[in-house]
Design a protein around this ligand. Structure first.
Ligand SMILES: [Zn+2]
Length: 438
């Protein structure tokens, strides 16, 4: 009998393996509170079931299936992962040696070095609770694509990356060359793609799409000539062929106006923001990625700039402009990880008088929408990727609770637990999700 049983179990195991490997392990997360950023509410004592990287069920006191691994977060508040809608993970400028002048970083640091730095920055962002980062250019020669692919193939932990490839702009720049620049004889290679004529604009958009971008980024007004409304419409139309959206870096009021008229998806930075532009953005549903630097980051803003930033963020909120949490935190501040630096930006949102639930929505729901992941990743709902974080306290009452993210799960795998990063399961040598990920 015993022999028969072991034979039977051997057959069952073999059957399960032939049917597609081992039966997927279920993980049951007990959440003391579960935040819904859409409604601004916390539901007590929820159970979240996870299988094969996806959420399968969410509810109060759901029965835990036999054999499930139980993760007890009953003393914590669970919420969906955070989004930074504008960062540059393969760029870290600093006081020494470049005096915080990032043009020098491009010259001094090679793309391979920056790609390695991007891996580290991605891990630091994930540890702080950022499960999605829109990586908007200034990443050397497509280090952002390399980062995204490395994470997607399962070699390294990191946030889901929505990357832009090389920023497309009109002619400009004056550099001393890196090896890449010297070899290819391109003045601002590889930080910007020079594209002045319609043909060049189309080709630049196609190049980025070919080399693994997921969103297109342009400089609308980095030079006095900048892009016209028609130029921007051309970018938007070409990007749309691959279903891609366009973000415009805008530093002037006129540039932002042209970007709005040209039909961009999102606008980066707040220098071009005025009440009139805000009204148009609200009307057209243009996302605002204002990159609101807090005053505490000495040397990265001025009192005057900060006061305007706070005033205009409040204005945008009052006028119901679609707001994202975005940082542009692409520099080193002593004693802070990249993720701790990014979370620092909630200071500006608090200073603008924006209530905690609205700040949290900008950091979650709106982040998924601007990243266009909301149907597959972001919300804690059955069928979606199991990305979630946990904190002590209630971020809907005190947004500073987000400064201490003690638990992080990405794609159903625990990345951080009890405040300690345990990334072993993210390091795979082989094609976990297929070599064809590009
Ligand atoms: Zn930026």
């Amino acid at each position: 009998m015993k022999r028969h049983l072991s034979l039977l179990s051997a057959i069952l195991v073999a059957a399960a393996v032939t049917a597609g490997g081992q039966p997927p392990q279920t993980t049951a997360i007990r959440a003391g509170g579960l935040v819904d950023p859409d409604t601004g509410t916390v539901s007590p004592n929820q159970v979240i079931l996870v299988q094969a990287g996806r959420i399968t069920a969410v509810g109060a006191n759901l029965p835990v299936p036999e054999g499930a691994e139980v993760i007890d977060l009953s003393k914590l508040t669970v919420l969906p992962g955070l989004v930074d809608a504008h960062n540059h993970l393969a760029l870290t400028y600093k006081e020494v040696p470049e005096n915080n002048v990032y043009y020098l970083t491009y010259v001094l640091d090679s793309t391979p070095l920056r790609a390695i730095q991007a891996v580290s920055n991605g891990i630091q962002m994930l540890s702080a609770g950022f499960t999605i980062v829109r990586d908007m250019g200034n990443n050397g020669n497509y280090a952002d694509t390399a980062l995204r692919v490395g994470i997607e193939q399962g070699w390294i932990p990191g946030p889901t990356i929505i990357n832009s490839g090389i920023i497309i702009g009109s002619m400009g720049g004056q550099f001393s060359p890196t090896p890449e620049m010297a070899k290819d004889h391109n003045i601002v290679y590889p930080e910007y793609l020079d594209a002045d004529t319609p043909d060049e604009i189309v080709k630049a958009v196609r190049q980025n799409m070919l080399f693994g971008a997921k969103v297109i980024k342009i400089c609308a007004d980095c030079k006095p000539w900048g892009y016209s409304v028609n130029d921007i419409k051309l970018v938007v139309a070409e990007a749309a062929k691959a279903g891609f959206k366009v973000e415009a870096h805008c530093q002037t009021v006129e540039g932002a106006r042209r970007a709005i008229d040209g039909g961009v998806w999102s606008i980066a930075h707040d220098s071009g923001m005025t009440e009139e532009n805000h009204r148009l953005m609200a009307e057209k549903g243009v996302w605002r990625a204002g990159t609101e630097t807090p005053i505490s980051l000495t040397g990265h803003t001025t009192k005057e700039r900060y006061d305007r930033t706070v005033r205009m963020l409040k204005n945008a909120y009052d006028l119901k402009v679609p707001l994202t949490f975005s940082t542009d935190a692409d520099y080193w501040v002593q004693g802070k990880t990249r993720g701790e630096l990014a979370i620092e930006f909630i200071e500006t949102w608090k200073a603008a008088g924006i209530p905690a639930p609205a700040i949290l929505r900008a950091m979650t729901t709106n982040g998924y929408k601007v990243s266009e992941t909301e149907k597959v990743r972001g919300p804690i709902k059955p069928g979606l990727a199991a990305d979630l974080i946990a904190v002590e306290g209630n971020p809907l009452e005190n947004i500073d609770a987000l400064r201490q993210v003690t638990f992080v799960m990405k794609d159903g795998i625990v990345f951080k637990r009890d405040g300690i990063v345990t990334p072993e399961k993210f390091f795979n040598a082989g094609p976990v999700k297929g070599w064809r990920v590009r």
